[in-house]
Design a protein around this ligand. Sequence first.
Ligand SMILES: N[C@@H](CCC(=O)N[C@@H](CS)C(=O)NCC(=O)O)C(=O)O
Length: 218
Amino acid sequence: MPLQLYYDNLSPPSRVVRILVKEIGLDVEEKQVNLMAGDHMKPEFLAINPFHCVPTLVDDGYALWESRSIITYLVDKFAHGHSLYPTDLHKRATVNRWLYWDSGTFYPSLSAYYTPGFAGKPVKPEAAEVFKKNASALDESLKSTKYVAGDELSVADISITVTISVASAMGIDTSELKNVEKWLKQVESDFDPSTWQTLVIDSANGLGTYFKSKAFSS
Ligand SMILES: N[C@@H](CCC(=O)N[C@@H](CS)C(=O)NCC(=O)O)C(=O)O
């Protein structure tokens, strides 16, 4: 039974998993769940994931959601020992620290900015400032490391690259953060060019365009 990945084109956490899948060369059957059409609330999807969110992975009947748990599972199971998710205890703990930071602090500071906008309510510039403060902390850390968790590309770089790409597509400019800029260029050169273009740039811009049409149309 092939691996199945339920995803939506515009969903940032779905992109995190799709990028990882490309990076480790996994064969996955992609199954589009159109969130705008409400596919995620249909009984057949709820039977797989009662939390009705994408991405959701199904591996031989085992269903897993939460993008960061999916990417670490996939490396552990199909590319064990890969530098994207090191097995050395301290290196792995550092990667996990950044994944938790992204999921618990960084991305939520972005969603605090965009959530009202998607509902057609005014966005709060102060929410963008909180996100930028977090991005500055990342910038400070990147002064001394090539990648977020050290000197090798890891799953944390994939996760945080997607977060930053969404922010910039929504108009939060972090280009003054020179270490972040340099790191993004490095990640871009590490990714396959078509993965970078489609799963980082084009998908983020698609979401950014939709966001701007909801948040700034009067
Ligand atoms: N923390 C989760 C977030 C998943 C999530 O909220 N996905 C959104 C799309 S970006 C979704 O499926 N929303 C529909 C819903 O939750 O009902 C992850 O990283 O996978």
